[in-house]
Design a protein around this ligand. Structure first.
Ligand code: GLN
Length: 444
């Protein structure tokens, strides 16, 4: 029964040593019993799920792993939460993340880092590290995260699970607390591609409350054919650049070889503006963040400090409520948007974004999908990059171009090195999730 399944996950969560949940929902068992009693027959009836802590859940604390949102309990559900509830899913709890989804390691959380279940001295990736780690550790069968520049795919790669960043506009962002809204999408994580498709069929689709939400007729489950014959794969040289771990490189080439054996063909392709993507991404993301995070001033949500007037209260609240990385990004974003620098940084970054997108448009005239490593290395050690934000930003080199272009991309396990999982990234055309799901399904 749903109750037994939920109870067994809750039991496992109790024994956890990886610090992946920020909140375990105390109503889960009652909800499971209710689903049993109703004889609910939705597509996810009785299936427990974990939700990243930046997705609004009515009546369940939602904090973005930030001190500034301590005590905030949303009065409404995000669009995807409404959909998941209708489908019969049971929310187990909220998962740990980098504060406001800014990071690649889940180390900037106010709750402390989540540990990688494969090696507890290593990071699980980020920013949806909790969502990937719970799936890898058997603390939830499926989960959702958000991906602004790799935050679903990076932890999927580091934790050896499957994660999809859908085409921009595919899943409503209503109720997702924005970090950089022109780049981000909610994305599913699971142990297999078919669960990803099932989840997409539930959470994807149009919602009038998100003006960037698009009507699509895709039935993701229909994509799950075991057939890549005739598939034309492009392999972009720029994604195998300096800093790539040889084991990662070999593993991805082995995967490409396997696709060839299964009847696909591949050729090298160049995406010449890739090297500018990282800089453009960070300018755009920080600019949007500086504006999106202006609403956290102690007046409306969560934590509030004292002060003789509003200005003092708001400024103390923000000084104490935000962590170092979030402050760094608000400052840099505010600088990039300020009069006199706006053209030089922000507008320039937007132009580069267009060039990056055009690289993909051109490549997809010739190829059905592109294959690359998701991350240049396997999971790194906890603490290894905390003192060096630039080193951390560099880890995103293969994931951020996809968000700049808005195309879909899936990460799935393709091997191991020293006991650590390696992730393969398959990138598709806008709204062609079907092709990358099919390729991933055939490969796994
Ligand atoms: N690591 C990237 C960043 O810090 C991506 C984060 C994300 O996708 N939310 O911006």
């Amino acid at each position: 029964s749903a109750e037994e399944v939920t109870a067994s996950y809750l039991e496992r969560i109790k024994k956890s040593r990886i610090n992946a949940y920020t909140t375990v929902w105390e109503g889960a068992i009652d909800k499971a019993r209710e689903i049993d009693e109703q004889g609910h027959n939705g597509p996810l009836a009785g299936i427990p799920i974990a939700i990243k802590d930046n997705i609004s859940t009515k009546g369940i604390s939602t904090t973005c792993s930030s001190k500034i949102l301590q005590g905030y309990v949303p009065p409404y559900d995000a669009h995807i939460i409404e959909r998941l509830k209708d489908a019969g899913a049971i929310i187990l709890g909220k998962t740990n993340m980098d504060e406001f989804a800014m990071g690649t390691s889940t180390e900037s959380s106010c709750y402390g880092p989540t540990l990688n279940p494969w090696d507890m001295e290593r990071v699980p990736g980020g920013s949806s590290g909790g969502s990937a780690a719970v799936v890898a550790a058997g603390e939830a069968p499926i989960s959702v995260g958000s991906d602004t520049g790799g935050s679903v795919r990076c932890p999927a790669a580091f934790c050896g699970v499957v994660g999809l960043k859908p085409t921009y506009g595919t899943i409503s962002r209503y109720g997702l607390i924005s970090y950089a809204n022109s780049l981000e999408q909610i994305g599913p994580l699971a142990t297999c591609v078919s669960d990803i498709a099932t989840l997409m069929d539930v959470i994807g689709g149009h919602d009038a409350r998100d003006s960037t939400s698009i009507k699509t007729e895709t039935v993701y489950k229909d994509a799950l054919a075991d057939d890549v014959s005739g598939l034309k794969i492009g392999v972009p040289a720029e994604y195998f650049g300096a800093g790539i771990d040889p084991a990662v490189e070999n593993s991805v080439w082995d995967a490409i070889q396997l696709f060839e054996e299964m009847g696909a063909s591949w050729e090298q392709v160049s995406l010449p503006h890739t090297s500018y993507a990282l800089a453009a991404y960070y300018i755009i993301a920080m600019s949007e963040a500086s504006s999106n995070l202006a609403r956290f001033d102690g007046t409306r949500y969560g934590y509030r400090n004292e002060g003789e007037n509003w200005h003092v209260m708001a400024s103390r609240t923000r000084a104490e409520g935000f962590g170092a990385e979030v402050k760094r990004r608000i400052l840099l974003g505010t600088y990039a948007l300020s009069a006199g620098y706006h053209d030089k940084y922000y507008l320039k970054a937007l132009k580069v974004r267009t060039l990056v997108k055009q690289d993909f448009d051109l490549a997809f005239k010739e190829f059905d999908c592109l294959i690359t490593p998701t991350m240049p290395t396997p999971a790194f050690k906890l603490g290894e990059k905390v003192e060096d934000p630039l080193a951390l930003y560099l880890a995103d080199v293969n994931t951020v171009p996809i968000n700049l272009a808005g195309v879909p991309s899936i990460s799935l396990p393709c091997g191991f090195t020293d006991g650590l999982p390696i992730g393969l990234q398959i990138i598709g055309k806008h709204f062609d999730e079907a092709t990358i799901l099919k390729a991933a399904y055939s490969f796994e």
